[in-house]
Design a protein around this ligand. Structure first.
Ligand SMILES: Cc1cc2nc3c(=O)[nH]c(=O)nc-3n(C[C@H](O)[C@H](O)[C@H](O)COP(=O)(O)O)c2cc1C
Length: 143
């Protein structure tokens, strides 16, 4: 999102603004679910981020077209894009239409980085799981 900013530390809140005078699938789903996930791409994902911003979900399966995958967010009813580096899961707490845009404020209910997600995913693989368990148990034995 180009129209985005952090607006509160306690509780952690962000505000985005979506053009309500245009056909926007993201605004429709966000208002219906009262939730959204804000995903931050890395510099190497500029091309993908740009494509997501010029194509509409009404006209194409955007994520499939760029090979991105999703799953349901842990704390809200919205999808998380696995490939993005940082995801902020947000519950809608306030909306107001200001001119052309609907300004939506979301309380961040959970944040997850690509690294932590990879860590938990890899944890199901045996060697790493054994390593983590051994580190944990040795720390407990020899504090
Ligand atoms: C880098 C970038 C940032 C954008 N930021 C916003 C934004 O903050 N608000 C907005 O209404 N549209 C923004 N857009 C335009 C929408 O993302 C675009 O209209 C998109 O196709 C809407 O898709 P949808 O119909 O699936 O919701 C942005 C586009 C780009 C390329």
């Amino acid at each position: 999102m180009a129209f985005y900013m952090v607006i509160s530390h306690k509780p952690p809140c962000v505000t985005i603004a979506i053009n309500a005078t245009q056909r926007r699938k993201n605004l429709k789903s966000l208002l219906a679910q009262k939730a959204f996930v804000l995903g931050f791409p890395s510099i190497s994902q500029v091309k993908e981020a740009d494509y997501l911003g010029v194509e509409s979900g009404y006209d194409a399966d955007k994520l499939k077209n760029i090979g991105f995958s999703t799953s349901r967010a842990k704390s809200v009813n919205a999808p998380v894009i696995h490939e993005l580096r940082l995801s902020l899961e947000c519950e809608v707490v306030h909306t107001v239409t200001v001119g052309s845009h609907t300004q939506v404020t979301g309380e961040v209910t959970l944040w997850e980085t690509w690294l932590t997600r990879e860590f938990w995913r890899n944890l199901s693989r045996k060697p790493l799981r054994i390593m983590v368990i051994s580190i944990t148990s040795s720390t407990m034995l020899y504090p």
